[in-house]
Design a protein around this ligand. Sequence first.
Ligand SMILES: N[C@@H](CCC(=O)N[C@@H](CS)C(=O)NCC(=O)O)C(=O)O
Length: 195
Amino acid sequence: MVLELFLDLYSPPCCAIYIFTRKNSIPFEMHPVELAQGEHLKPKFLKVNPLGKVPALMDGDFLVAESMAILLYLSHKCQAEAHWYPPELQAHTRVDEYLVWQHMAIQLPATNVYLCKPVDAVQLEQLLGKLTPALQHLDQEVLAARPFLATEQVSLEDLMAFMELMQLTAVGCDLFLRLALACCVASPCGGHSGP
Ligand SMILES: N[C@@H](CCC(=O)N[C@@H](CS)C(=O)NCC(=O)O)C(=O)O
């Protein structure tokens, strides 16, 4: 039975799922749901996901909502390469930990920045302020210790984080550049204390 995905590719969690399926050659039937047209609130889609949110996955008559649950379902069901969700207990607990934490620490504040239109500079700075502690933690503590967020290889955690943070470049807010600039201000000689 073919998997059915209900996605709007302007949505970061939908993009993460789309990339994951393509990267892992997982066949599926695509059902575009245009949020901008209010299609997520129409009876046709509410029959699929009564919560009116994308992404959503149907496997036969089994509905999975929530991007993290969908990614985990796909990685188990389709036996994706182990690095996406490593079998070792502590490694995949790192991924679980992030997936639970990111909803309030990354997804919600990043979405609020994205939705801050028309852009009001003061409000934008306030909203970015809510995201900054999480970004600093990822940049200065987690990524200072290893090349990827959970392990030495790319995992579901990196994919979700990247998509959520990338969306802000669409509203002219390049968080990667902001972090780089913040590091330059904190350490003007590029981290070297001597000449
Ligand atoms: N925590 C959910 C978020 C789902 C969500 O809020 N999706 C947005 C698009 S990114 C949506 O459908 N918004 C429509 C609405 O809230 O009316 C997930 O990660 O799947």
